[in-house]
Design a protein around this ligand. Structure first.
Ligand code: TXA
Ligand code: MG
Length: 321
């Protein structure tokens, strides 16, 4: 398959964006940037197109997709009835890095919901994504635009590396994304439960909406049936990943590597100045470590910031074997 690559700054950008949006509406696949990670989109009302997402990614089909919308009317058209919590939360955080799980209506195709009676919806805070959805005129189902099992793509070259030849369009942005996927908040039951931690955390939700949410232990969600995606191994490079303490120093690398039977030269040590930089760069650094054939990746444990829980969750998942 020929993949059309569209860059934000090229002259024909507007015409190409229009072309991709129409193709998307008509059943083609287009990868696009969002403020969290890149997504691989298909028309959420088109079952065949959504099935192709799974084959392009090599993704297990029991893992449901998040539907991306550009306005509230589009969101409301996907659900049975809008819970009052949903309006307050959307008002506070959309467009933004949080997806809400609600009871779906019959318009959402089965492939999107993977057999569940709910649908996860989000309005991304990225002009290119919003413009693409608006022009397509239909909600867009989109998982992260990586091959299944690889870290989510946070740079356009990651998407091109994983999906070139497997999808119809790849839209590239210059902007750095947050780097961790959206918070997934389940509103389909009485209790509001965070199924996946992201940039919008429990404290922000309480402060801005007065809504108290429960955090499912995001660090160990291996057998959580509520959000099937969380049971798969994610985010990990080929190299074995270990989290090391805050007092670990570069001088400690040789001894640690030796204890795992690996030489220090094949070991990459990653540490970040703050939570924002860790979120932004961790997945890119994992991919880079693989390209350079490192066998071990040691990551200094995050200890603070609004993104602490999300960072810790992604890192712990990469450490799982
Ligand atoms: O930031 C993001 O959310 C990115 C960008 C592209 O928007 N998307 C993303 O999609 O991370 P994906 O498919 O890689 O992860 C979606 C997560 C999975 O863990 C999935 O199980 C969960 O959301 N999910 C989707 N629909 C659900 C539903 N109806 N109920 C519970 N969990 C759901
Ligand atoms: Mg994903």
């Amino acid at each position: 398959m020929n993949t059309v690559i569209i860059r934000e700054r090229e002259d024909a950008f507007d015409a190409l964006l229009e072309e991709a949006a129409i193709a998307l509406r008509n059943g083609k696949l287009a990868a696009f940037p969002t403020e969290t990670v890149y997504g691989l989109g298909a028309n959420a009302f088109d079952d065949e197109a959504c099935k192709r997402i799974y084959s392009a990614k090599g993704r297990p089909s029991d893992n449901p997709l998040i539907v991306h919308v550009c306005d509230m009317d589009m969101a409301k058209a996907l659900v049975q009835d809008c819970d009052e919590r949903f309006f307050r939360l959307a008002e506070a955080f959309w467009p933004g890095p949080i997806s809400f799980v609600l009871k779906k209506n019959e318009k959402v195709c089965n492939t999107v919901s993977a057999g569940l009676d709910t649908v996860a919806i989000r309005m991304p805070d990225h002009e290119l994504a919003l413009s693409l959805i608006r022009r397509a005129g239909v909600p867009i189902a989109a998982p992260s635009a990586n091959l299944s099992g690889r870290p989510s793509p946070t740079r356009s070259e990651h998407v091109i590396f994983d999906l070139s030849g497997r999808v119809d369009y790849i839209l590239c942005s210059e902007r750095f994304p947050i780097g961790v996927e959206s918070t997934v908040l389940d509103l389909s039951t009485k209790e509001s439960v965070i199924l996946r931690p992201g940039a919008i955390n429990e404290r922000m939700i309480l402060e801005r909406t007065g809504i108290r949410v429960k955090s499912q232990d995001g660090a160990a969600p291996v057998s959580v049936p509520k959000s099937p995606g969380t049971k798969y191994k994610h985010y990990s490079p080929e190299a074995r990943v270990f989290m090391v303490d805050a007092d670990f120093r570069a001088e400690d690398v040789p001894a640690f590597a030796a204890s795992k039977g690996v030489s220090a030269s094949r070991t990459k040590f990653l540490e970040y100045p703050n939570d924002v930089r860790m979120a932004r760069d961790l997945f890119a650094d994992f991919r880079e470590a693989d390209l350079q054939h490192y066998e071990l990746v040691l990551v200094k444990a995050p200890d603070s910031g609004d993104l602490l829980e999300a960072n810790l969750n992604r890192l712990k998942k990469a450490c799982e074997s």
